[in-house]
Design a protein around this ligand. Structure first.
Ligand code: ACO
Length: 382
């Protein structure tokens, strides 16, 4: 007999702690940061303002936003030793592995690493939020045999990231598209990676350890890794006329369709609504309907199939971000690292919130093994 009470597989619907950062209504498809609806933020705000909102719980005044922008811009460069370390990674290292390792190492160069005071954690939050994109871009350039670029302080976080990645000044349209994507991915309550960060920091270790846990958690295909998996599926199908046959087979063999389903949303993920628009708009702007058309058809077929089975499975944030990023010319295995470039804002907000009212996070197991009365069996008698 178990010592503990009921188990909730996957901690579904378990409320683990209070949080003021992010509101989700999974039945109605509502997502809000600090009370501001995600649709409003995506249309009217910018990523820097959203970072401020997540960190402080309110929108910044003009001078406060200027100060945050200046602070982020001043902290963009990553240590030369870290660049040397990234150069030493084995050929074929996956970007999320590189990012996890590099962010962990970044802490070694931060004099504030082991100081968990409020002021020190603000400084670290700024540094890691500013530098995570530089790490992704440096890794990408190094693996192509190129040197990392110097950051530009006059560009937004999104603009500077595109500059560091591609070595050309991004257009306004590209920068805006990425900025909106960063807003949409910035936070999502106690998702797996954020929860991992909170569990880690709750032991009173350092922020870099918490973010390293989060990055490792985000990488999996059931979480942030799904956007890359969606694009791989689209590339495998490769033509709109092949979608129906591919999906019929996928349904027949019971294949999980990446980019669909969500633990909390039982209706459309509101982020997917925006990303669908973005994917469609990008396709129209570029005169390249293929990837959007294929995605749209897949979505129709998945909804019909899932409704037929009585399951409320809808597109999640990862489904239309895949075609959008691909059309924006972003390399497929950078899709999940870009998720991290955005979600760092939420992770750091949650780390700081956890520390404000900390208690060790330590649940119990529903023990299913033998009860503790088994007699030890000597090796020769086993
Ligand atoms: N394709 C086909 N069937 C699905 C899918 C899917 N994408 N998602 C859920 N289902 C089915 C399950 O097979 C299950 O069916 P069953 O009751 O007959 O066994 C039922 O719907 C419930 O699904 P669970 O996996 O139990 O739901 P859970 O809440 O544990 O998982 C998750 C949620 C992991 C997101 C799941 O929907 C999934 O694996 N989706 C694909 C991966 C993905 O897109 N992940 C990104 C999520 S968003 C994010 O993390 C940023």
């Amino acid at each position: 007999m178990s010592q503990t009470t009921a188990t909730t597989a996957g901690l579904q619907d378990v409320v683990a702690a209070p949080s003021r950062i992010c509101y989700i209504d999974g039945e109605q498809g509502i997502l809000a940061y600090g009370g501001y609806n995600i649709h409003d933020l995506a249309e009217k705000s910018n990523f820097e303002e959203v970072i401020y909102l997540l960190w402080h719980g309110r929108l910044p005044k003009s001078a406060e936003l200027d100060e945050l922008r200046a602070n982020l811009a001043a902290n963009r460069a990553i240590p030369a030793e870290l660049i040397a370390m990234i150069k030493s990674f084995p050929a074929g290292t996956k970007p999320m592995d590189a990012l996890r390792t590099a962010v962990s190492a970044l802490g070694l160069y931060d004099p504030d690493k082991d100081d968990n005071s409020v002021e020190s954690n603000w400084r670290k939050a700024v540094r890691v939020t500013s530098q995570i994109g530089a790490i992704v871009a440096a890794f990408h350039r190094i693996r192509q045999g190129m040197e990392p670029l110097e950051p530009k302080t006059d560009l937004s976080l999104a603009g500077n990231f595109l500059w560091l990645l591609n070595g050309t000044e991004p257009s306004e349209v590209e920068t805006k598209a990425l900025d909106i994507a960063l807003i949409l991915h910035a936070d999502h309550e106690f998702n797996a990676s954020t929860f991992a960060a909170r569990v880690t920091i709750a032991t009173l270790t350092d922020m870099y350890s918490a973010i390293t846990s989060a990055i490792g958690t985000l990488a999996g295909p059931l979480h942030g890794g799904a956007n890359e998996a969606v694009m791989k599926m689209l590339l495998e199908i490769d033509a709109p006329e092949k979608v129906d046959a591919y999906m019929a087979n996928a349904f027949a063999i019971g294949k999980k369709i990446m980019g669909f389903g969500h633990r909390v949303y039982h209706t459309e993920d509101p982020r997917a609504t925006h990303l669908r628009h973005m994917s469609e708009a990008t396709a129209e702007r570029q005169g390249n309907p293929k990837w959007f058309a294929m995605s749209k058809r897949i979505e129709e077929l998945v909804i019909a199939e899932m409704d037929r089975k009585g399951k409320k499975i809808r597109a999640n944030v990862d489904f239309y971000s895949a075609s959008t990023y691909y059309m924006l010319g972003i390399t497929v295995d950078l899709f999940t690292p870009i998720f991290a470039v955005s979600r760092i804002s939420g992770w750091t907000a949650h780390v700081m919130e956890q520390l404000q009212n900390n208690r060790l996070i330590r649940p119990r197991a529903d023990y299913t093994g033998a009860m503790p009365s088994v007699e030890y069996v000597a090796m020769e008698n086993r």
